[in-house]
Design a protein around this ligand. Sequence first.
Ligand code: FAD
Length: 471
Amino acid sequence: MSKTPTPLKRDAPHWAVVGGGMLGMTLAHELCKQGVRVTLLEAAPELGGLAAAWTLQDEETGRTVTWDRHYHVTLLSDTRLRALLEEIGLAEDMRWVETKTGFYSGGKMHSMSSTLEFLNFPPLTLIEKFRLGMTIFGASKIKNWSRLEKIPVADWLRKWSGRGAFEKIWLPLLKAKLGETYETTSAAFIWAHINRMYAARRSGMKKEMFGYVRGGYPRLLDRMAEVLRDNGVEIRTAAPVTSAYARPGGGVVVETDTQTLTFDNVAFTTPSPIIARAVGDLSADEQERHNGVSYLGIVCASLLLKKPITEYYVTNITDGWVPLTAVIEMTTIVDPAELGGRSLVYLPKYVPANDPLFERSDDELRAEWLAALEKMHPHFSREDVVAMRFSRVRSVMALPTLNYSQRLPPMATSVSGIFAVNSAQILKGNLNVNETIQVADEAIAGPLAAALRQQQTHITAEDRQLQSIGT
Ligand SMILES: Cc1cc2nc3c(=O)[nH]c(=O)nc-3n(C[C@H](O)[C@H](O)[C@H](O)COP(=O)(O)OP(=O)(O)OC[C@H]3O[C@@H](n4cnc5c(N)ncnc54)[C@H](O)[C@@H]3O)c2cc1C
C-alpha cells in the first residue's frame, strides 16, 4: 500500500471518513491513493482517538508534559505500522529498547523476563511451569485459530495448563484484563495475545524489544495530519456525526451536530454502537450485530512521578485485591528527557463498558489506587506524584466472544454508499495499532473496491468525453 497519492481530478468522487483515530486517518490516507477526495470527520476537538495526546501539568514545577493519553508501544513485528511510519518519514525516529516484565503475585514482585526467571518463579510447581510453558508454546504453533473461537478461553487454558497453573496465573490474569467477561470470551483471545508476543520475540533476537517514535503519538499524529492535509484531505474536528442515510438518486447525506453534508460514500471507523445509532436505516440484522458487539472499556490514570516506580515496563498482577489490571512504567522505554525529567506511569483498569467504575470520581480513584501502589511498592509514596489524570473510555476493544466471526457486522452495509470499517473487524489479533490499520487495507482491497472501481470507471469515461470535446 505504498502508492503515492495522485493529484485530485476535477469532480473526483468525494468520500467521508467518520472517526479520526489511527484507523480513520489511515483509511483517509489510503483512499487518497485511489484518487478520491476525502473529508475526515472527528467528534473530538483533536485527532487520535485512543491514541490521542494529552497534557499533564507538573504540580511542582508548573511545567506541562504532553504525551499519549493511553500507553503505546510498537513491536518489531508491527510491520504494517512500521511501513506507515516509513511512508510518513518517521521510521528513522523510532527508538527501540529491551524491556523487562514483572509479575506481582502473592504480595511479592517477581521478574519474568527470561526463561531462567520463569523457571525460578516461586508461585508455581515445576509441573505447573512445564504445563504453562507448553500451553504458550502450543498456542504459538496453532494456525487454525477459527476453531479456538468455539471454546471458552477459561476451558481451553484449564485443559492445557492444568488446574494449578490456571488458578494461580491464568484466572487472575483473565479477571484483571477482562473482569467477569472472561466467561464469554473465546480462546482466540489468548491465542492472539500469545502470538503477538511470540512474533515480537521472533523478530527481536529473542529479546523483548519495544519501541516508540520520539515525541510519542502526539508527534506521529501531527505528522499524519500534515501528510493528510498535503494530500488534500479536509480534516474537520469537533464534528460529531449524528446521522447518515442514502440520498434518493445517489450519494449519502451526513449530519453533524451543526451541518448537513453530502458525499458519494461514507466509511465509519467508530465503535459499532455509534454506527448503529447514526445509520438508522441499517437492516434489523445489522443493527443487532453492531449492538451485539461487547466492548471492553478502560479507566486509565497517567501519573508523573519524581522517580521511577519499577524497572519493569509492564507489571502483571495476579493478586485480586489490587484494583488495577497492570502497572506500566513508560519511562523504562521513553527517555525521561522527553517527559520533563519525570517518570511516566500508567495505571490501567479494563472493565466492561457498563461497569460502575466509570461513575466513580477522580478523588475516590486517586485515593484507592495510590494506596494500592504504596502497598505493592513499599518504596513508593504518594508524595512522589506531581500529576495524575484519569481517562475513561467505554468502547475500547471488541471482545472476541464465542463464535465472534459469525456474528460480525458486514463492512458493506445494506445502506447504499455506507461502509462500517472499524476495529471490531479484527479477527486474528487483539487490539493494537498494527492490527487496526490493517483493517483499512482489508476494506480497500475488499468491500470498498467495487465502489472505488465503479467511480474510477466513471471518472475515466468522463475524462475521455472531455478529451474528445477538447480535440
Ligand atoms: C490503554 C490502551 C493501551 C494501548 N496500548 C497499545 C500499544 O501499546 N500498542 C498498540 O499498537 N496499540 C495500543 N492500543 C490500541 C490502539 O490505541 C488502538 O488500536 C487504536 O488507537 C484504535 O484506533 P481506531 O481508529 O480504531 O479507534 P479510536 O481511536 O477509538 O477512534 C475512533 C474515533 O472515532 C471518533 N468518533 C466517535 N464517534 C464519532 C462520531 N459520532 N462522529 C465522528 N467521530 C466519532 C472518536 O472520537 C475517535 O477519535 C492501546 C489502547 C488502549 C486503550
